[in-house]
Design a protein around this ligand. Sequence first.
Ligand SMILES: O=C(O)CCC(=O)C(=O)O
Length: 290
Amino acid sequence: MPTMHEGEKIEMPYANGMPTPEDIEFFKENGYWISPKIISDEWLEKLRDRMEKVYRHEYETGMPPSSAWSEETSLPNSLRKTDNAHWSDLTIRALAYNPLIGKIAAALHETDTIRFWEDQLLFKPANSGGGASNVGWHQDYHYWPCFQNPETLITAWVAYDDVDEANGCMQMVPGSNQWGILQYSDFYEQDLNKQLTNIATVKGNTGSPVPIIMRAGQVSFHHSLTLHGSGPNVSDRVRRSSALHYVTGETRYRAGYSDGYKEIQEFVAAGGKDGDIIQGEMFPIVYQKA
Ligand SMILES: O=C(O)CCC(=O)C(=O)O
């Protein structure tokens, strides 16, 4: 059986999709950036196929994800979310450990080291407008108080399909990465307008959300404080993706929170203490500047 972190051997062809200095400035100011297409059509096809296997609970490594979407228990027309599919599938793992994605993340955060820590496999069914397929406004950091420094955390969202407003693409609030930690983050909230009203109450305004429109194979990156969510899929097209979460070589552990994460439990079992730099086998390095 393959070991926990095997998978790097799968080569993923990529183009040079690095951000320019202007792009890095854009990311700092707005909290997000969209790469050119860096995942080939051949790999996208393979990823879509592996995604189906994970949904059928056919796990290549023999190890289930930390939480697996299941047809039997899911609400009809709801968002399929599977956490840590990279535990189960080597192709998805190779995507998660893709060195170009790591290198782009390092460039955007102006750092030397990027470590992977968790992923979500996401599937928004076609014509799921009436179901629970929205993603409520949230800041990723809301779910990760086990890390001390939100400015070191970054998410890469890989589009397996073309995404636009009709099939419920992500929406980001430009500049919200500079607003600090907000109340009302809730990934599962379906009433996005109610949340924006609540955020306006505490913040004074909600900014102007922008749709993150991409072709399959492009990757959007967002800061852990960037407010984002997504609306219904009112099209005939499914929306498939992986959200990949990374820490930097500067990320520090905060004790007493979210110790339900297996990665954090192992970090602590290996001697990790409050304030220590995050490292170890559960947080493999995907990019290290030479
Ligand atoms: O896929 C979505 O609509 C939201 C994904 C998300 O919240 C994330 O990538 O952090």
